[in-house]
Design a protein around this ligand. Structure first.
Ligand SMILES: Nc1ncnc2c1ncn2[C@@H]1O[C@H](COP(=O)(O)OP(=O)(O)OP(=O)(O)O)[C@@H](O)[C@H]1O
Ligand SMILES: [Mg+2]
Length: 335
């Protein structure tokens, strides 16, 4: 059976106009989110994960940023072309987002109850106040908030980071969206709370067959939670595949480098892990060819001159690398 595609992003290009000039933060980004699947977007800080996510919510900062090209098809409509009023009825209801830092998304001057009820007021204006309050309470219970009656009356600063993130989840799932975008939902939290929050997202996803985009720089989180993976590097997609394929048969030297730098329980204790040498080039000063070339251990002349296209590595598996070829990498002693 072919999985239904709920979101189809193609050739997305986003510019920022800064004091230092124009930068292309997202370039030629393509990916598809399938119904009931969790798609992970991974990559180092600044590679364009949040900008991509914000574009789908139509929340990119204005006027500094601009979508120069591309589309994001949702129900056969291009999100980027929708009138503001149509977008308002999709955002938070059909597509919602959990932000990295809940304090920036929660309003500090309003109680939790009021903020939840506002969501129902906006998207289900036919409900009575009593019904909205009951739905809010139910939602808080569902995300594992103890004493939800009391929490309804509290303000964000009264709650721990983990509780605030649960509230954010309750708010983002209140309307049972088709798509949930979780942008580093656990980065600010303790490891044990991180696992609880990810379990919570996954259990909602499984129950409602919702589709999820999970953004993280942690490949361990991707391995445990995602069905499909997009690896980004400096605004472009380096590699994408289903998670099993990507972890077993990575083809892009950047993905291979990332995977080598993950500690393994099977490895020798206290060994120094390999890291990817060098830094991501500045978006203001991108090289002509492959953006990873200056850090790539196997790069050749062509890599510095020509931008690599997405090459097919098998079923739904692509790598933007001129040299992606297992035999070649083996010969070079890279894998
Ligand atoms: N408000 C802004 N003004 C100017 N440039 C911006 C702005 N927001 C993002 N950018 C540019 O877009 C690039 C991508 O940013 P983005 O926030 O998507 O990175 P990210 O992959 O989410 O990183 P992180 O892992 O740190 O969250 C940045 O490197 C920056 O150059
Ligand atoms: Mg980000």
């Amino acid at each position: 059976m072919v999985d239904k595609i709920v979101l189809d992003v193609s050739d997305l290009r986003i510019d920022f106009h800064t004091e230092q000039g124009k930068i292309r933060a997202v370039d030629q980004v393509d990916f598809q989110l399938k119904k009931g699947r969790i798609l992970g977007i991974a990559g180092e800080s600044g590679c364009g994960k949040s900008v991509t996510a914000l574009s789908i919510m139509r929340l990119l900062p204005k006027p500094v940023s601009r979508i120069v090209k591309g589309r994001a098809l949702y129900n056969d409509q291009n999100i980027y072309d929708l009138p503001v009023s149509d977008m308002r009825s999709i955002r938070g209801k059909k597509i919602s987002m959990i932000f990295q830092e809940p304090m920036t998304a929660l309003n500090p001057v309003h109680g939790i109850g009021k903020q939840l009820i506002e969501i129902y007021k906006l998207h289900f204006p036919g409900l009575s106040y009593r019904e909205m309050a009951a739905a809010s309470l139910k939602m808080l219970r569902k995300v594992g908030i103890p004493d939800p009656d009391k929490v309804m009356k509290k303000y964000p600063h009264h709650l721990s980071g983990g509780m605030r993130q649960r509230i954010m989840i309750a708010m983002s799932l209140a309307c049972e969206p088709d798509i949930l975008i979780a942008d580093e939902p656990t980065t600010a939290l303790d490891v044990t709370v991180q696992a609880q929050i990810l379990d919570l997202i996954r259990s909602f996803q499984a129950k409602s067959n919702m589709s999820v985009i999970l953004i993280t720089h942690d490949l361990g989180v991707i391995a445990e939670n995602c069905d499909d993976v997009v690896v980004m590097y400096a605004g472009r997609i380096a590699e994408k595949a289903d998670a099993l394929t990507l972890f077993k048969y990575p083809r892009h030297p950047y993905t291979i480098g990332l995977l080598k730098s993950i500690p393994s329980l099977a490895g020798e204790p206290k060994t120094i892990l390999p890291t990817i040498k060098g830094n991501v080039p500045s978006l203001q000063d991108m090289p002509d060819g492959c953006r990873f070339a200056s850090r790539c251990p196997v790069a050749e002349e062509i890599c510095k001159k020509k931008v690599p296209g997405q090459r097919s590595m098998g079923h739904n598996h692509t790598a933007a690398c001129h040299l992606a070829d297992t035999k070649f990498f083996e010969k070079k002693g890279f894998i």
